[in-house]
Write a protein that binds this ligand. Sequence first.
Ligand code: UDP
Length: 237
Amino acid sequence: MQPKYKRVLLKLSGESLMGDKSFGLDPAMLSAYAREIKTITDVGVEVALVIGGGNIYRGMNEAETGIERAHGDYMGMLATVINGMAVQAALEKEGIYTRLQSAIKMEQIAEPYIRRRAMRHLEKHRVVIFGAGTGNPYFTTDTAGSLRAIEIKADVILKGTRVDGIYTADPEKVKDAQKYETITFAECISKNLKVMDMTAFTLCMENSLPIIVFDINKPGNLLKVVLGEKVGTLVKD
Ligand code: UDP
């Protein structure tokens, strides 16, 4: 099997790790994702991972939490490190070599983020997990994913979601919404389709980094995506 992409950055939301729970981590989801990731490392794809933190903490809701935005955002970034450690453990159970790099220094549990080191790990076929987002408040893990993908020269950013692509309208709300197989960055903007937050999206657009939005919960989909099969929606120039 010849993969279409040599190096990918997979972005998973924190919420995807919750499974049916309302908070935290579901061990069954962790092992399911680890198995999916193994299917693509097995065909030689170099994999970097960015995981959200929304299953544990989101800093953005100052009004709700009573915690000022920047402070809460740092809490959110720490949540992504917990998720990163959980995914790391699940991957290692599958026999995959991993490294966790954190944008906020925590030397006992993660390497600091060093771009060239991350790239070296990837060349050695270790899965590199980027924790703590960008290390800055007022950003999201989608932005961290786009930024890291560009830095490490990934061929594509794979956004694993609950829906199987980008639709003309929200398919969870509008019945006859149509799915796009391919769409350009410009069309997404003109049609006001939300793929990622604006900062993340703009980074991809300005650096011509293609995005594939696909259903990560369908077993086998991740492998199909890296083999270049028509799964999800491809956003490109
Ligand atoms: N966050 C941040 N800077 C970053 C990445 C994340 O401040 O570069 C914080 C922010 O508060 C965010 C939280 O971490 O709400 C969790 O990340 P995100 O909401 O992107 O996770 P997801 O929705 O993917 O689970």
